[in-house]
Design a protein around this ligand. Structure first.
Ligand code: AKG
Length: 278
């Protein structure tokens, strides 16, 4: 499903887009399924709560989280063989599955400031991995995902305050000016796989009337022994639970310094790493 060249691209850049991994019929049925669920109710973990009268589009369409714990279609998607095959090829062994999320990101919706997933998941040893499937055409206008190629080689960076007019989360990480942030343009059914330390995020949806829906799974590399408490229970790719430990915060985080006239990361003190994915 992926070539040696794909693997080399992933190793060098920390991400890989696999085009058309899911069909147009499948993505159409996921769009319908989640719009239907959204219209029907409120679920534990809905970001910002549902408020149909709010002027904030994200309150009218809040992000869903951990749907696989109560929705069979989400569990089936999270453990799909195609996702497993690609991740096993990229990671060298089968991952464990820990999280699902559905972003609706309607027109006018804010993005999510640049961050690293490992800040939240705290996988030890090793890292996490995301499978981010586009359900709509995703481009710069509707706030596609943005990544910093190669940043998966950085340690987890110390966070700073984000601009909450642009982002629904309030922390971000600094990126030196010589490290470009690049848009990932995707079509429905394309899946972006990315490493847990890759700096990524998205800008607001500036379109007039287009959603930017994405179905996302978070996984942890199979050698992991611990993950943050918010991600338990941990599942094997056949859906069976596996016992793993709970990781705590307090790890050192990276700050940018100048070394020989160039930006370099130095580890500093201890930052209480967040324990849940925003
Ligand atoms: O879809 C987005 O805008 C952000 C998603 C994200 O940060 C993630 O999947 O970790």
């Amino acid at each position: 499903m992926i070539s040696e060249q794909d693997k080399q691209f992933f190793d060098a850049n920390g991400y890989l887009v696999v085009r058309d991994l899911f069909s147009a019929e499948e993505t159409a049925s996921y769009r319908e399924h989640y719009m239907d669920l959204r219209a029907k109710g409120i679920y534990e973990g809905d970001f910002a709560g549902v408020d149909l009268t709010s002027s904030d589009p994200l309150k009218r369409y809040p992000r869903m989280i951990h749907m696989h714990r109560w929705d069979d279609a989400s569990l089936k998607w999270m453990t799909d063989d195609r996702l497993n095959t690609v991740m096993t090829a990229l990671l060298g062994r089968e991952p464990y599955a820990v999280q699902t999320m559905l972003y609706f990101k309607p027109a006018g919706g804010r993005g999510q400031a640049l961050h690293q997933d490992q800040f939240y998941l705290r996988v030890r040893p090793g890292t996490c991995m995301a499978a981010w499937m586009a359900l709509d055409p995703c481009d710069e206008e509707n706030g596609c995902l943005q990544v910093v190629p190669g940043s998966h080689k950085w340690p987890v960076l110390c966070t700073e305050k984000a601009d909450t007019a642009q982002s629904f989360t309030d922390v971000t990480v600094p990126v030196p000016p010589d490290k470009p942030v690049v848009p990932v343009i995707m079509a429905p059914g394309d899946v972006l796989f990315f490493h847990g330390s890759l700096v990524h995020g998205s800008y607001p949806n500036t379109s007039v009337d287009r959603f930017r829906r994405a179905l996302i799974g978070h996984y942890i590399a199979g050698e992991a022994e611990q993950v943050g408490g918010y991600y338990h229970p941990v599942l094997r790719m056949d859906g069976r639970p596996v016992e793993l430990g709970y990781s705590e915060g307090g790890d050192p985080c990276g700050v940018w310094v100048e070394r020989d006239g160039r930006p370099a990361v130095e580890l500093k003190g201890e930052e209480a790493l967040s324990g849940r994915h925003e």
